[in-house]
Design a binder for this molecule. Structure first.
Ligand SMILES: *Cc1c(COP(=O)(O)O)cnc(C)c1O
Length: 363
């Protein structure tokens, strides 16, 4: 087993492998079973699976904690919201992932909890909201946000929340553990849509939660694991195996995608059809806002041959979409904002494909 001092690229490749012993496979097999011979640790497929354990060990090593695999990112979101006491509140970014905002609104409409949506970049304002909210269960951070690409000051917010006895959740889907380690920054729980960068090939839906290492916050780990079993929000072994296979190359994929994204952000900013480029300076999501608004965005996504018009993000291939095409997207997201998930192709091919379309918008 790799030691805790190994660097992230080495952990991505080595964590969660079988021991180096004669005839052990290099990769953990896909364990397809619904049940186990009785009186052991596992007993039934909803309680545990060796393929899950390998994935959880690997993601846990990268985040510096203990991971739990879920059926999707939303399964992880709703499992966490289930832990909020009746009538308590959740402070969350107004521009959080729209599924998260919808889940909060749904829970609120059923009288389960109160959702308090804030500008997550306004650190003083968020701290004030926590101080003013007597019954706050969670400060929910997403950073960078999807798709506004706002960045939160996680260490400052986590320190303030700790003083007030509020638990901090960080949706780390966009940054990945390679660019941001929320537990080290003081957060209590990390959330991933593993569908995105962790699996990385647009071929699997999966989620994960990570809490501090054993011995630190064991009740939360036990509660989340129990809820996963009760809700049945468990992933299939094949999905988990694919996500683990994807995680093995996370560092090289992200390196290339990030370099491509930074270069495209720079070139886009100089194009006359582009009013503004949102790029936080790290990661591989870039969001140009087109001067021509919705029409220009709708033209762009149909006028390319390499870039695929598709939702979701974090795959090896470059995809993009105009976010306001979704009814659920916040009205404060500009009509002309196109969220680009930059892949690992050659950056000049990506640019050539974009610029021939952008030039025609301007003409
Ligand atoms: C996609 C996404 C989710 C939801 O994950 P699914 O795997 O689609 O259920 C949650 N948070 C963020 C930031 C996302 O991008």
């Amino acid at each position: 087993m790799p030691g805790p001092t190994l660097r992230p690229a080495t952990l991505a490749v080595t964590a969660g492998r079988p021991p180096h012993e004669a005839d052990q496979p290099l990769n953990v097999p896909i364990t397809m079973t619904s049940t186990y011979v009785a009186t052991g640790e596992l007993e039934y497929g909803r309680f545990g699976n060796p393929t899950w354990t390998a994935f959880e060990d690997a993601l846990g090593a990268l985040e510096g904690g203990r991971a739990l695999a879920f059926a999707s990112g939303m399964a992880a979101v709703t499992t966490l919201l289930d832990l909020v006491g009746q009538g308590s509140s959740v402070i969350a970014p107004q521009h959080a992932y729209n599924g998260t905002v919808a889940a909060l609104a749904d829970a609120e409409s059923r009288g389960r909890l109160r959702a308090n949506l804030v500008d997550i970049t306004d650190t003083a304002g968020v701290i004030k909201a926590m101080e003013d909210d007597e019954d706050c269960a969670f400060l929910w951070i997403e950073s960078p946000t999807n798709p506004a690409l706002e960045v939160a000051d996680v260490p400052a917010l986590a320190a303030a929340a700790r003083e007030l006895g509020i638990r901090v959740v960080v949706d780390n889907t966009f940054a990945t553990p390679l660019l941001q380690q929320p537990l080290a920054d003081g957060a209590d729980i990390v959330l991933h849509s593993a569908t995105k960068y962790i699996a990385g090939h647009s071929d699997v839906l999966m989620g994960a939660l990570v809490v501090p290492p054993a011995g630190t916050d064991d009740e939360v780990y036990d509660a989340l694991k129990a809820r996963r079993g009760l809700a049945g929000s468990t992933p299939g072994p094949f999905e988990v195996w694919l996500a683990l296979r994807g995680l093995r190359t996370l560092h090289v994929r992200l390196d290339r995608a990030q370099a491509n994204a930074a270069e495209l952000a720079r070139r886009l900013a100089e194009h006359p059809a582009v009013e503004e480029v949102r790029y936080p300076g790290f990661g591989a999501i870039v969001a140009p806002v087109l001067a021509g608004g919705a029409d220009a965005g709708d033209f762009l996504v149909r006028a390319t041959s390499l870039w695929v018009h598709a939702t979701s993000l974090g795959g090896v291939e470059s995809t993009f979409e105009r976010r306001r095409r979704w009814k659920l997207e916040a009205a404060t997201i500009p009509e002309g904002l196109v969220r680009m998930s930059v892949g690992i192709e050659d950056v000049d091919d990506l640019w050539d494909d974009l610029v021939q379309a952008l030039d025609r918008i301007n003409a």
